[in-house]
Design a protein around this ligand. Sequence first.
Ligand code: PLP
Length: 385
Amino acid sequence: MKDFLPFHRSDVGDEEVAEVVDVLRSGWLTTGPKVREFEREFAAMVEAEHAVAVNSCTAALHLALEAAGIREGDEVLVPTMTFAATAEVVTYFKAKPVLIDCVPDTLNLDPDLIEAAITKRTKAIIPVHFAGHPCDLKSVRSIAQVHGLRVIEDAAHALPARYHGKMIGGISDATCFSFYATKNITTGEGGMITTNNGEWAARMRMMSLHGLSRDAWNRYSAQGSWYYEILSPGFKYNLTDIAAALGLAQLKKCERFWKGREQYAALYQEGFQSVPEIICPTSAPHVQHAWHLYVIQLNLELLRVGRDEFIRQLQEAGVGCSVHFIPLHLHPYHRDMGGYRPEDLPVSSKAFKRIVSLPLYSKMSEGEINRVVDTVRDLVGRNRR
Ligand SMILES: *Cc1c(COP(=O)(O)O)cnc(C)c1O
């Protein structure tokens, strides 16, 4: 068997190593000047006024919902085609995530289903930009405005992405990014919240560090003062300077990483366009797709095998792949708590049986992309009805 091609490899080079070593030698390891620099650079890049660095996107979503004033008994709309975190943070408040089905092509939330899901208790919506393709934010925002809902974007996949020319990150009440190891840029673990609302930024920053009136850098540095007050019971979500140093080096490469993924996605599109058994992901003309994931859908009517067997054969042929996502409503917790049946969210239930995420990352070579294309085409040929 050929070498196994993993589903993901992080793209970390000498620049990251040098930045991190500088911080390690500097004597200041936790939240300090590198985090502030990372926040400034990040805000500038996504065209937002404020950025607050935290230790995960999950923490970012939690803090944004806290700033939005979510309380026990509230409802928050969440697409079912997402990762656990998007709905989990709602339950931190004893509030209820209400799941929304997706559209069949981009697998983003279906805006036509939002209004029917709104009740007197609905306070916010968390749209996700699935795979890095911005969702229909215009519809989401206009419905949110009519019903007084806060919009908190889960942009874990959407860096760098644009919607009608605007960067994802500077549009809604708050936008949450992830720097988890497999995301478009990484700090190992990490996240960022961007907002144009100065009050929200201050609240989220304070709540990210125990609700204290001053962070450690402001207490221990030369200009600092030892005095602080607990203004609200907060959380321990601050990012370290070590992670921020890694993030700064990654941020400089963000555009190059994206160009690489975009070029590879185009090679996949070309390689599969004449294969009717494979439905390729689409990209609307009014967006810049961040191409975090390349998710194909199998045309099962034309194949003798199901998705699970297809993935097994792909793995056996040396290509690592994954599934994004098992829709939330099919998981035991949400199924039981929300009383969802698969047919209640039919588009995502059907899509789930067909989706396969192929490897797509800057560390791949063109040869490896071609190898994936050949392997997939070969498997399709052998499993054709
Ligand atoms: C990765 C991911 C998250 C969580 O990010 P963390 O930084 O690991 O907390 C949230 N939402 C989506 C859609 C994700 O893919």
